[in-house]
Design a protein around this ligand. Structure first.
Ligand SMILES: [Fe+2]
Length: 260
């Protein structure tokens, strides 16, 4: 059984790449279940209900989010109702939405999805280590196949989480840095992992932002309004194969497809 994880979709270029490439990739790789990180879908920060629906219509089975979850206020009531769009589980306990879900893959296999937020620079209300075991248990009550989106700045947090969950989940996929790491691997217990799946969006940029704007803000320390860049668009992510009966991963490879 093949699972596709599509890395952080940035702005309109990223959304268009997903809309045009995802149906083809699903068919080409016989993908039974697809998770898309959509936390930068709306102009680079956050997501709206309309854009979430568009990503689902393009072939995402589940959407995960991250530190920009609340940038678009209109997503809050949508998250309160949705079973397919997750926000990190370790945001404030009183916030709307959920960080774990179990859905059906194309072949009927139940697939659990967990979304957590790392601590460095992102300062979640609760530490992911305090909640992640319970989330994984909840997903595993109903599914052998479980995918974890670890949205975090620090490579160490993502590597440590993959090691901690090895043998208990199918894949731990890192997101947030927008730079794809060359460490896709199978861990000894049967968990596939990659520290960061990359970015689906304009790579002729500073992690999705027009380079001159990002550089100006850094050089001057002045407020500069960021705009999503346009050039060098590609879809990035990871393709994981697993045994649906056990949830054990059998292969992981990085995905990097130019668009158009
Ligand atoms: Fe992020």
């Amino acid at each position: 059984m093949n699972l596709l994880f599509v890395a952080d979709v940035v702005g309109r270029p990223g959304r268009r790449a997903v809309e045009e490439l995802l149906p083809r990739l699903r068919a080409e790789h016989d993908v039974a279940f697809c998770v898309v990180n959509g936390e930068n879908a709306a102009d680079g920060v956050g997501i709206t209900p309309r854009l979430a629906e568009a990503l689902l219509a393009a072939g995402a089975d589940a959407i995960t989010l991250g530190n920009h979850t609340w940038r678009r206020g209109e997503i809050a009531p949508y998250l309160a109702e949705s079973t397919r769009v997750l926000r990190p589980a370790n945001l404030a306990a009183g916030a709307p939405g959920r960080g774990v879900t179990v859905l059906s893959a194309a072949d009927g296999t139940p697939v659990g999805v967990v979304n957590v937020l790392g601590s460095l620079f992102l300062e979640p209300a609760r530490n992911m280590w305090e909640v992640v075991d319970e989330l994984v248990d909840e997903a595993r009550d109903e599914a052998h196949v479980v995918v974890v989106d670890a949205h975090a700045e620090a490579t160490s947090e993502k590597v440590a989480l993959a090691r901690w969950l090895d043998g208990r989940v199918t894949a731990v996929i890192g997101t947030h840095t927008h730079v794809q790491t060359a460490d896709a691997r199978l861990l000894p217990g049967g968990t596939a992992a990659v520290t960061d799946a990359g970015m689906t969006g304009p790579h002729d940029s500073v992690i999705g932002v027009e380079a001159d704007l990002a550089i100006r803000r850094m050089r001057t320390g002045m407020p500069v309004r960021f705009e999503v860049a346009q050039g060098g668009v590609r879809l990035e992510g990871a393709l994981v194969s697993c045994d649906p009966a056990t949830g054990r991963a059998t292969a992981i490879e990085l995905v990097r497809v130019d668009w158009p």
